[in-house]
Design a protein around this ligand. Sequence first.
Ligand code: 5AD
Ligand code: FES
Length: 356
Amino acid sequence: MTTAELKTLIDKLEEKSSLGKDEYVELIKNRGAEIDQYLFKRSQAVSQKHFDNKVFSRGLIELSSYCQNDCYYCGIRKSNKNAERYRLDKGQILSCCENGYGLGFRTFVLQGGEDPFFNDEILCDIVFEIRNKYPDCAITLSLGERSRESYEKLFDAGANRYLLRHETADSDHYSRLHPAELTLANRIKCLQDLKDIGYQVGCGFMVGSPFQTSEHLAEDLVFIQEFRPHMVGIGPFIPHHDTPFADCAAGTVELTLFMLGLVRLILPNGLLPSTTALGTIDLDGREKGLLVGANVVMPNLSPVEVRKKYLLYDNKICTGEEAGECRLCLDNRIKKIGYELVSARGDYTEGDGKNV
Ligand code: 5AD
Ligand code: FES
């Protein structure tokens, strides 16, 4: 395809918020500096139309580094005998929230490995307490695959949102990233259950994961345009030294930004974090993500003592800083690019107008 034809595809995507798989493949395979800039101009404009220069923040609390799963890419997979394990107790979690509330966070994200210790009873009690103490805050969970009943109980206890990346929308690719007991079909069932229950739902994928092709990325985009999640987490794959993928190459900043730009055109109102992984492969990666259409950052509220133990990939940034330091650092970084970190809950809203 010529550059002119590729630009026409981007115009069509902006107008219709969807393309066919083959059209995405063309864009991904033939992208280069000129197409990148053309896309980023459009994706930035769409983001600013809905969100001005405002960036929502979510305080991330990493509950547990125990995980019963064995995803080949992940540093806290159960087979990693070198991973140091920890779990926060209720008091520690609540004090992260208290600290975060004082720093202006109005969304708490409870994330962790799939740790059976956090059964429904224990988790619902924690969610219920946060809900009562902070009625003005959103509670987001990111705790992996659970039963529909479990998702229902947690919703009833006061959780509002759930993040569960689909990782890849191609089932063969999925099976090369995960052991046989994990399937794309079940992942998608969980996402559908969450949406049906009434959660604001986030899916997402890694860019540059081992064996990934342009066709796989195109399938991710088609999945997103059909499923229409409220949030999409996109970050580069980064190898972790104690996993089977230790020697694989990391994803690139350029391709990650390109995927963010395309997803902004698919979901003009969507909540798109500029991820820690993007900030890890490029020290200005999070700013670059915001400039191509991301509108959320998720700094860490976990106690500093445990941060180095929640290592999904190597060289993760912000593992030595206190929550307040990260908040200040991000405030400054965001100001420097002419954007503003806001305290609003930042719920998903439909429509053609402003979302802030
Ligand atoms: N590199 C980048 N992202 C990773 N994740 C897990 N391991 C890695 C890695 N090595 C992502 C997965 C998961 C999210 C919590 O972190 O997409 O869903
Ligand atoms: Fe954590 Fe900059 S955001 S140190």
